[in-house]
Design a protein around this ligand. Sequence first.
Ligand SMILES: [Zn+2]
Length: 163
Amino acid sequence: MPIYEYECSQCGVVTEAIHGMNETPTVECESCGGTKTSRIMSACSFREGVTNEFRQAHEQAKEVVRMRRDLKENYGVEKVQMANNTAGKTFRDIYSDVKSQGSGVAEAIEKTREQNKQRVREKHRDWTRKAMQRTTERGIEKRNRRLKKEQEKRAIQTPIKTK
Ligand SMILES: [Zn+2]
């Protein structure tokens, strides 16, 4: 069976999957659980049989899936992002935190993540506003300069009549 690599569009982690050549399964990201993964070409995507290394990776991926299900079904934790911006915690960290401290931990992490996202959004909005302001100011300056030049030109063209 061929081994394929799927890259997660959400967090960029590559998950290996083993399936038939004509199958197009939805491969869940082993890192964040996202389902928006797309197959990537790898130099050695086809191996005869399943190597121990792969079997291990496969087991690990399956374990993550089990952990996610556990969190969802037993702790009501739906959203656990495992990207690096999740308050510096890996999925495994969050999982053991939830196991020992309850679902509030995951919610707190999710909240921190949302706040970070919000902060980035605000920063970006602020930056855009400032950039627009600068552009407007520059536009007004340019216009004023042009008007002044036109005025000067007109003053030269229409000399003051003297008696
Ligand atoms: Zn992912």
